[in-house]
Design a binder for this molecule. Structure first.
Ligand SMILES: NC(=O)c1ccc[n+]([C@@H]2O[C@H](COP(=O)([O-])OP(=O)(O)OC[C@H]3O[C@@H](n4cnc5c(N)ncnc54)[C@H](O)[C@@H]3O)[C@@H](O)[C@H]2O)c1
Ligand SMILES: N[C@@H](CCC=O)C(=O)O
Length: 516
């Protein structure tokens, strides 16, 4: 079975069925209401209730989505003990079985994809096409990892005879129990992060982001429905800063897979390894750039930059937050991108016309206000810079120019719909500035000159790079064909999600020899 990306929306459009896509989505938004306003328990073989609760509200209108549990040390201990006990039998059920279960889970997610997309509008404010692409990516991760495991025969190899009377094998085995700590911005990231360690035979404790606990909860239910034994997967919601350190330092957690901000990643790395070494994989933030040279097709570049900067309100680790534009085309680029950005529609992500939904929470709105002030002080606002008053967390997509090199807007990840445009003399200067950054996650270049593309690819210290990608100049990696990986402070592993190297990170090699 060859791997194929789900790409739902594109397939509907290709088959002339865009109207049907929209009808199914609208129907799913109604169905999603059935899930709103309930209390959801933690899952550790059984459903458990904690005395402390978390109220989960929507970024769209501030209304309550549901009540979740604030996980306690007592139930974390119980969960880890259960996961540890059951881990070996899950591994021994065999790689074919584990892959089959994951493929079944992917099919169940595909069955429910309109509902999950609709729930994402309520939970993290994604518009319909972005939400569907997110769910598609989750499905893709499960299928890709299942096929990768099969293709590699569970990562077991005969390694031959060191001496005539010996037979040896390399046997890749799981570490034990992985804690997965996930960010708010992609359902797919939660799905893929759980799937990797799980399919390779580890048990997994998922601590979801407190901003998307509902779709994470439903994902765990789906895995169990597909055949993952309920003793091998636990769902413990709770505030990262409160229950997180207890989980990551736990002696029976053998590996941690984290995706999120740089500060949390670094603190988790230190905390997890303070008493003993552990596998700690921290995928962190980005300060992603797109370079536009004088040889670029400017219309293509404008589309590639605004989509990468403002898609999902700039809340992608891959979002373009700085455009380096060569001086010869700078003014032309500014005029065109301003014209496009001024027209972008911000509003309820469930509405068909909406391009940009809300930012995730009130703190993000406050951060937006703070950086709009910095933008006014340090540079010039070309578009946006204002909050849209209302019950939801809506802000205008914002472009800033004329910023000095040391401005906070240039140096820090904002994770907001904020784009800085910087004039550079030439490609060399752009590359120099890109490589000065602490981060190295994604990047793009627009130029019609192949030698410039080659130079950029050869010289930038960035993990995931694109040239002339109008659909998103630095965003939107496809599972299987574009492994998604960060360098430097963007990520520690140097192995991409959706890559053929990914699964081996959750396995340790055992060298087995029998002498006759
Ligand atoms: N490199 C990548 O592939 C990638 C992908 C997506 C997002 N990100 C990054 O994620 C960030 C946005 O996501 P976020 O706001 O959810 O990130 P975040 O760091 O605030 O939270 C991520 C997760 O860590 C938990 N957490 C926070 N502090 C913790 C601690 N001390 N111990 C244990 N757990 C803790 C949170 O509860 C959450 O589940 C951005 O910086 C973005 O660039 C990176
Ligand atoms: N994989 C996504 C980004 C995930 C980070 O937030 C992309 O390629 O745009």
């Amino acid at each position: 079975m060859p791997f194929e990306n789900e790409v739902t929306y594109v397939k509907y459009v290709k088959n002339g069925k865009e109207k049907e896509f929209n009808e199914l989505y609208d129907k799913a938004c109604e169905e999603a209401k059935k899930y709103i306003g309930k209390e959801y328990k933690n899952i550790i073989g059984k459903e458990v209730e904690e005395s402390n609760k978390i109220k989960h509200t929507s970024p769209v209108d501030g209304k309550e989505i549901g009540i979740f549990q604030a996980g306690s040390q007592k139930y974390v201990d119980e969960a880890i003990s259960m996961l540890k006990k059951a881990q070996k039998s899950w591994f021994k059920s065999g790689y074919v079985n584990r892959a089959r279960v994951m493929l079944k889970a992917a099919d169940l997610m595909s069955r429910d994809k309109f509902l999950i997309s609709a729930l994402l509008a309520y939970e993290n404010g994604k518009n319909r096409t972005e939400a569907m692409a997110d769910v598609d990516e989750g499905i893709d991760f499960l299928r890709y990892y299942a096929l990768n495991l099969i293709e590699n025969q569970g990562f077991v190899r005969f390694t031959g005879k060191g001496y005539e009377n010996e037979e040896s094998m390399s046997y890749m085995k799981p570490y034990g129990v992985f804690a997965v700590i996930a960010p708010f911005n992609f359902y797919a990231i939660t799905a893929g992060m759980v799937a990797g360690p799980l399919i390779t035979g580890n048990s997994v404790l998922l601590k979801p982001s407190s901003d998307i606990p509902l779709t994470s909860y439903l994902y765990v239910k789906t895995l169990i429905e597909a055949g993952v034994p309920s003793e091998n997967i636990a769902f413990i919601s709770g505030k990262g800063s409160e229950i997180g350190p207890y989980i990551t330092a736990h002696k029976d957690i053998s590996g941690i897979l984290f995706t999120g901000s740089r500060d949390a990643g670094i603190s988790i790395f230190k905390n997890a390894t303070k008493d003993r070494p552990k596998v700690v994989i921290t995928e962190m933030g980005g300060k992603d750039t797109i370079t536009v040279t004088s040889k670029a097709d400017i219309n293509k570049a404008v589309n590639g930059v605004y989509r990468a900067a403002f898609g999902y309100s700039g809340q992608k680790c891959s979002a373009c937050s700085i455009a380096y534009v060569e001086e010869k085309v700078y003014d032309q680029f500014l005029t065109k991108i301003k014209e496009t950005t001024d027209k972008l529609i911000v509003g309820d992500p469930k509405k068909l016309e909406t391009y940009m939904g809300p930012v995730i929470n009130k703190e993000a709105v406050e951060k937006f206000k703070k950086y709009s002030e910095v933008a006014r002080k340090d540079g010039k606002i070309l578009s946006g810079g204002n909050v849209i008053e209302g019950p939801g967390n809506f802000v205008r997509p914002t472009i800033v120019t004329d910023l000095p090199k040391n401005s906070d807007i240039i140096r820090h990840e904002l994770f907001l719909p904020f784009l800085a445009i910087v004039k550079v003399k030439n490609l060399d200067e752009a590359i120099e500035r890109i490589n000065e950054s602490d981060y190295g996650l994604t990047g793009g270049i627009f130029t019609e000159d192949p030698s410039e593309i080659q130079k950029y690819f050869d010289e930038v210290e960035v993990g995931t790079i694109y040239a002339n990608r109008e659909r998103g100049g630095s965003t939107g990696a496809m599972v299987g064909s574009q492994p998604f990986v960060g360098w430097k402070l963007s990520g520690i592993s140097g192995k991409g999600t959706g890559s053929f190297y990914y699964l081996q990170q959750f396995l340790r090699e055992q060298s087995q020899t029998i002498a006759h």
